[in-house]
Every structure is written in structure tokens, then in C-alpha cells.
Ligand binder design. Structure first.
Ligand SMILES: [Zn+2]
Length: 128
């Protein structure tokens, strides 16, 4: 693969707005092993509890077996969570994933309430 500039990469983001393409986090292009790559890809995902966007594999699917008869049948429920389980810190803006995100307008107490509601929703799917 021939080396690309940040401008070329951002121009290739055809399924988002120009603003989103401009804000997208890019790797350090000087460290990309261009000669060994067939494509340049990136992953991003969002934690379903704290709603923090992350790059790469910093969000993982966490699965819990359901309680009761459903669990005895082997049923489970899953949620995508921050791999480091630091949702409480992200939710209070005490830690950043380094990925640009929409500016929150809610006060911290409402952000925390939303985080807890999202966690409660997952637990409600597990505790049946
Ligand atoms: Zn999280």
C-alpha cells in the first residue's frame, strides 16, 4: 500500500459528514507500516452504558447468563462495555477515551443517572 496523507484518508470517509471526517482520530501516519498493509482500517465502538466512543477494541461484548429458568436453558444477555470498566469515570468526564464525541449538555448528575439507567436496563435483561 502506498502511504496516504491525513487529507487523503479523511477524503475517503464517504459515509459521514465533513465535520465528522475532520474530527476522526487517525493513527500516527509516520508509524503505519504502509509497505506491509493491503488496507488501512479502523474500528470504533461505543459503550452502551456510558455512551463513550472508543477506537479499536476498547469496547467489548460482555455477556451474563440470565437468572432463573432462562439461565438454566443457557440463555444470556449481552452489552457492549468499556474494556477497562471505567464507565463511571468516562460518564463523569474524569477520563477520556481520546475519541472525539459530541459535547454533552447534561449536568454530571444527569449523566450519572443515564449511566445507571443503562446499566439497570442491562441488569433487567439478566435478572428475569
Ligand atoms: Zn463505558
Amino acid at each position: 500500500m502506498h502511504p496516504l496523507t491525513a487529507r487523503e484518508i479523511r477524503a475517503a470517509f464517504v459515509n459521514c459528514s465533513q465535520g465528522e471526517a475532520k474530527r476522526a482520530a487517525l493513527p500516527d501516519l509516520d508509524l503505519v507500516p504502509w509497505e506491509s498493509l493491503d488496507f488501512l482500517g479502523r474500528r470504533s465502538a461505543m459503550c452502551q452504558v456510558c455512551l463513550t466512543p472508543h477506537n479499536g477494541t476498547a469496547v467489548t461484548l460482555t455477556v451474563a447468563r440470565k437468572t432463573g429458568p432462562a439461565g438454566k436453558r443457557g440463555d444470556s444477555a449481552g452489552v457492549y462495555l468499556c474494556r477497562d470498566l471505567a464507565c463511571s469515570l468516562y460518564g463523569r468526564s474524569l477520563r477520556s477515551s481520546g475519541v472525539p464525541r459530541l459535547r454533552e449538555t447534561l449536568p454530571v448528575d444527569q449523566l450519572v443517572a443515564r449511566l445507571r439507567a443503562n446499566l439497570d436496563a442491562f441488569l433487567a435483561r439478566v435478572l428475569v
